[in-house]
Design a protein around this ligand. Structure first.
Ligand SMILES: [Zn+2]
Length: 264
């Protein structure tokens, strides 16, 4: 800075002004700010017919998703800084990294339209390979064409996935650094205020983002759960805790994430 001052022969006042402008440029450049965060979330909200949450995103200030992600950022801020990019259109897969998660609000059915992608997110190359050998086996045993065998097996996998994921809640994958959240009938019915609805969706979001950041469900069930009943990675919560967003984040979980993201 001093060097710059002498070289350009600015007087003190001009220099001061230039410095203020430069600082302002840094402070108001969202990309520069996002780059400094421990974790960045790229948020994509699908337009879902008849879904009020999805519609609200396209009205003003990202609708109900703004308070939901304020809550998410606040929750993670116990251990991490987090930046949110509210995006439009299709998920930009080129942006995805271990510390830059793509978060998508969509329906399970639309995910199942691309079964290979979904299966890969679920079980990685290992599961895809297993699937391929299942297809080959079916071709031999049933005398099917590849196409027939593929569609039979995808159909079966889709039914299994639908049961496992239930169409509500969400899904997070450390393999592809992505998280998904689905519209929830249960949340929409059980929440008795806007605040409770925001809390319920924010719970799903922090949980699925946790998976995308490499966290598993804690060992043990309920009260005996390793990090306590209301730890955010416990899939079975008391509904009251979800509606109140009464959730805990254990420092061991934070350490796991730090390690994965090579922080410090
Ligand atoms: Zn889970």
């Amino acid at each position: 800075m001093i060097f710059f001052y002498y070289r350009t022969k600015m007087n003190r006042r001009t220099f001061g002004k230039a410095l203020a402008v430069m600082m302002g440029a840094v402070a108001f450049c969202p990309e520069a700010l996002a780059a400094q965060k421990d974790i960045t979330l790229d948020v994509y909200i699908d337009k879902i017919k008849g879904d009020a949450l999805s519609a609200s995103y396209y009205k003003k200030d990202h609708g109900v998703f703004k308070p939901i992600f304020d809550k998410v950022v606040d929750f993670y801020s116990e251990y991490f800084s987090m930046g949110i990019n509210y995006r439009q259109g299709k998920v930009d897969e080129k942006l995805i990294k271990k510390n830059q998660i793509a978060f998508q609000y969509t329906t399970l059915n639309s995910l199942l339209n691309e079964p290979r992608k979904m299966i890969y997110s679920f079980g990685g190359k290992e599961l895809i390979d297993e699937l391929e050998s299942e297809i080959q086996r079916a071709i031999k045993e049933q005398n099917w064409t590849y196409k027939q065998a593929e569609s039979e097996i995808f159909g079966y996998m889709n039914r299994v996935l639908k049961q496992a994921v239930s169409g509500e809640g969400g899904f997070g994958s450390r393999i592809v650094n992505r998280a998904w959240m689905f519209p929830s009938k249960t949340h929409n019915e059980k929440a008795e205020s806007a605040e409770e609805l925001i809390n319920a969706y924010a719970f799903v979001a922090v949980h699925e983002i946790g998976h995308a950041l490499g966290l598993d469900h804690p060992k043990g069930q309920g009260f005996y759960s390793e990090f306590g009943q209301n730890n955010f990675m416990n899939p079975k919560q008391r509904f009251r805790d979800v509606l109140d967003f009464n959730l805990t984040f254990h420092h061991k979980q934070a350490e796991n994430i730090r390690e994965r993201l090579d922080l410090k």
